[in-house]
Write a protein that binds this ligand. Structure first.
Ligand code: FES
Length: 103
């Protein structure tokens, strides 16, 4: 049965901003794209940079360490379509951004 993890209050992440959240032993990157929330695995696959601390431009996040860019809506790398950062389905529950993880 999937496990639901509450990450952050919707009120704490303004449109156009990002957040790095540690929960359930993982690091999540949370993005607010014009009021729609998206969540990726927060560890950049290049060298472990913090994708939750990257700059968000529209739906593209830029890793702060070396500039790799990902579409936060599906996790796809912007230049290399063989790379896809794990992304999570988002539910909004009682005003909080939540994700479901398989057991
Ligand atoms: S660690 Fe993210 S681009 Fe290098």
């Amino acid at each position: 049965m999937p496990k639901t993890i509450s990450l952050i209050s919707c009120d704490d992440i303004a449109a156009g901003s990002t957040a790095e959240i540690v929960a359930d032993g993982r690091i999540f990157a949370v993005y607010n794209v014009d009021g729609t929330f998206h969540v990726l695995d927060g560890i950049c696959p290049h060298a472990g940079g913090p994708l939750g601390k990257g700059m968000l431009n529209g739906q593209i996040v830029t890793c702060p360490w070396h500039g790799w860019q990902f579409d936060v809506t599906d996790g796809k790398h912007c230049l290399n379509d063989t790379l896809c950062q794990p992304h999570y389905d988002v539910d909004i529950h009682e005003g909080r951004v939540c994700v479901s993880l398989p057991d």
